[in-house]
Design a protein around this ligand. Sequence first.
Ligand code: FES
Length: 141
Amino acid sequence: MDHDDNFSAGTTTADVETAPVTVIVCSSCRDENGSDAHPRAGALLAEATRAAARDRHSIEVRTVECLGNCKRRLSAALLRNDCWSYVFGDLTVGSGSDLVAGAELFATSQDGLIPWRGRPDSLKRGLVARIPPLAVLKDQI
Ligand code: FES
């Protein structure tokens, strides 16, 4: 896989515009033991992500009941309008700050990709898929 290692080292968040990013956390994912206990581990991750995103006005945290990524444990996605969308798995209940760090990188990205450099390790190892916006598909009929 190509790594999006194109974030210039001198760029700061003050230098670039900030676009809204939505973090979608699966609130139904179970913990590593597969426990049905409530709140589910995914709900705890959503709560931690909301706490980490507090005061970050460009980042919205939403939940969904399944991202179809159940075999990769705790799951979340990052979305930005007209940009690639990212799905992550193998997260933990402590990954909220990583998701927000990734969302901040995404929000200030000038090319609409989450840069590889600076991305939290959990969002490198846990990448499941990235999905392009329809506008970038080159094989449209
Ligand atoms: S229950 Fe979380 S991805 Fe399916």
